[in-house]
Write a protein of this length. Sequence first.
Length: 264
Amino acid sequence: MPTEFETASVEFDAETGVGSLTLNRPDSLNALSDQLRSDIIAGLEELEAENDDVDGIALRAVVIEGAGGNFCAGADINEFSDSSPGDKSDRSHYEFIRNFPVPVIAKVSGYCLGGGLETAMCCDFRIAHEEARLGLAEVNLGLIPGAGGVQLLSELASPAAAKEIAMTGDHISADRACELNLVREVYGAEFDDAVAEFAETIASKPPLAIQAIKRSAAIAAQTGVEEGVAYDRQQFESLLETEDHKEGVRAFAEDDYEPTFTGR
């Protein structure tokens, strides 16, 4: 059964290891109110707590989506002020998503604008519905994206694309976003099934290795090659000692053996 918060809900599928977090302010196109920002953090903490009573790792991946056909239309203008255009909470939900230990997938439909796009860009993957529209419209308010949107878009796409999208404030199509490497894939009628299949594929892999890969990719964006390679080597040697590694080796050697990865 889903766990309900004031403006969001979470649900965990113990069979697949996939958690879902739904932004639930459909009447405002899931605009980022202070309460929703807090509920995103609380929801992710609730999902992470699934690991507390298991020997290993239960939560393997998380899908974030919006209720009512829209991902998130950006900041709630009713709570917007010149003095605090970005996140007002003690902990930024953007940072919380970026640092979350398991892969997070943004299921992008409808409007994904401003802070909504920044939220999606903090996820590890973005998969879009063909009718989705993405953009950074803060320039129309005399501002720039306040949660690193230009930086994130420059990294994911290119500085030129980031300048174009942020300076014009225009909405771009899902296909254009895919061309820019902003989203992984674009789907129509098969959207729901495709997102679920991708999440379950990630969740089926050895979770300790998946988490190490996520950390490695983050380090690659922050340090030089030598530091990153040294980190990867340390993680490689540590993972050699895990039960999941032994499972993977056995499955490789025995064609009819189906591995069970536990995060140990």
